[in-house]
Write a protein that binds this ligand. Structure first.
Ligand SMILES: Nc1nc2c(ncn2[C@@H]2O[C@H](COP(=O)(O)OP(=O)(O)OP(=O)(O)O)[C@@H](O)[C@H]2O)c(=O)[nH]1
Ligand SMILES: [Mg+2]
Length: 458
């Protein structure tokens, strides 16, 4: 069975290609503020696990709709003749340069594609669109109008009044912001319009829903893995009599910090690949919090729990060695604790050191002396990692493929804050963080994380 096909058509520069990019999840489609960017019709399949669920045609915009409609009107008698006349028009002009764009955009429609007519609701309605809509009506194909928005204005109610005279279904659909639920709603609406599309589109909807669930589960597993690796990280450096202690300690701290950074970056890349945003650029000043050093005080205050929250949750999680003090001091103040426990004369001024990391002299199994660093002992560290990972996941999982700018924080109004967790969630997390820190598995974490990721869907 052939998958349902949809031609995305409209005036130039109204977001047609952007809508194709979002609905086909394709970052490669050319999108630009310059009108006339798309010059040929191209088919983009929406695939899940190699199976094409539906196909979208990106098309050039109408250029001479008025002239085309005049030609059609001159040649048609009754309404019954109109689809045939449209076909004749294409046959006559297909190989000529006149009406090149109209021929390109009408070709998939005449071949059976459904119509998605895209307008820009941030610009006023005008009568020049009426010829376009009339031509599309002549095709007799199932159709829907989408009100996209490329700017700040809002003329959508004008547009609705006009569009609903030509299209049975009129939807607001923002190429940049429409969440998955709206993508699925479009497919549902099309399934109602055309009997032969019902089954494949219902199947497409259930595939996409299943895929989303799987992705959330994979994300929960990946973030659990990242937490385990970061919370249990311990590095050692063998030393000898000639060792310059300060130098070795600094090098060990640097190595430790780089490794944590690397683990966090790997976690992010996994999520970006999972949601089909490989190589996503995310170097934006607004995102600085997410890019800031894991051990900056600002980051701990932003992503971790407050002193009070941590104290209550930690008390409920059961005490372990050192945790009582950690909990009492809490959040950013835990740096004081390190001051207390730190090795005398240890490097000063390094953030790592101030944030709960002691470099301890140890011996390896053969009795050779070494320095050991990690794991980070503060309970809040797990929350900081988690808060950052969930915020990043929220950005990436909600990012539509029409967006070409680097990741920005404004896309999502509320970055994830661990302060929003319930008391029992915090307690369970602390218990599980401690298990991970000790190199044990924490079976509850993937389930807990899945709940949090599912809450981000709403
Ligand atoms: N903010 C915002 N900008 C959008 C949205 N959709 C499209 N744009 C911008 O509008 C401009 C035109 O988008 P395209 O998708 O290239 O429009 P088009 O209709 O395919 O244009 P042509 O191929 O030239 O006919 C680009 O700069 C897009 O980034 C949207 O939902 N929000
Ligand atoms: Mg285009």
């Amino acid at each position: 069975m052939k998958p349902p096909r949809f031609a995305v058509v409209g005036h130039p520069n109204k977001g047609k290609s952007s809508i194709v990019a979002t609905l086909a999840r394709d970052n490669s489609i050319q999108v630009s503020p310059i009108p006339g960017t798309t010059v040929t019709t191209r088919c983009f399949p929406m695939q899940v696990d190699g199976e094409t669920l539906y196909e979208l045609y990106d098309t050039p915009g109408f250029q001479q709709a008025r002239y085309v409609l005049d030609w059609l009107q001159q040649h048609a008698g009754s309404a019954a003749e109109r689809p045939g006349i449209l076909r004749q028009f294409l046959e006559k002009y297909r190989d000529s340069q006149s009406f090149r764009d109209e021929c390109a955009l009408l070709t998939p429609i005449v071949a059976g594609a459904g119509i998605l007519y895209v307008v820009d609701g941030s610009r006023p309605y005008g009568t020049e669109y009426e010829a376009e809509m009339e031509i599309l009506r002549w095709s007799g194909q199932p159709s829907m109008a989408l009100i996209n928005s490329t700017g700040a204005g809002d003329y959508s109610s004008q547009w609705k009044d006009a569009l609903s005279q030509y299209f049975r279904i009129v939807r607001s659909f923002n190429a940049h912001e429409a969440p998955l639920q709206q993508h699925l709603d479009l497919l549902r609406a099309f399934a109602e319009l055309e009997e032969s599309w019902r089954q494949p589109l219902q199947l497409a909807i259930s595939y996409l829903q299943q895929q989303r669930q799987q992705r959330l589960q994979q994300s929960a597993a990946a973030i659990t893995g990242q937490l385990a690796a970061m919370l249990s990280l311990r590095l050692e450096q063998v030393i000898d009599e000639d060792t310059d202690e300060t130098f070795v300690k600094e090098a060990l701290q640097l190595r430790f910090r780089n490794r944590l950074h690397q683990l966090e970056q790997e976690g992010r890349q996994f999520i970006e690949n999972l949601y089909e945003h490989p190589g996503l650029s995310r170097h934006e000043s607004e995102l600085s919090l997410l890019n800031d050093d894991l051990f900056s005080e600002q980051v701990w205050l932003r992503f971790g729990l407050t002193r009070g929250q941590l104290a209550t949750a930690s008390a409920g999680a059961g005490s372990i060695a050192g945790a009582g003090l950690d909990a009492a001091l809490g959040g950013a103040s835990m740096l004081l604790w390190t001051g207390v426990g730190a090795v005398a004369g240890a490097v000063s001024g390094l953030l790592l050191h101030r944030h709960g990391l002691e470099i301890t002299p140890q011996r390896d199994p053969r009795g050779e002396p070494l320095f050991r660093l990690g794991p980070v002992s503060a309970d809040n560290f797990g929350f900081v990692i988690l808060g950052r990972a969930l915020t990043h996941h929220q950005f990436v999982s909600h990012r539509n493929h029409a967006i070409r700018d680097p990741l920005t924080i404004s896309q999502i109004s509320q970055p994830f804050q661990v302060g929003a967790l319930s008391q029992s969630q915090r307690r369970q997390l602390i218990r599980n963080f401690r298990q991970l820190r000790g190199g044990k598995s924490a079976k509850k974490i993937p389930g807990l994380l899945l709940d949090l990721l599912q809450a981000q869907e709403a």
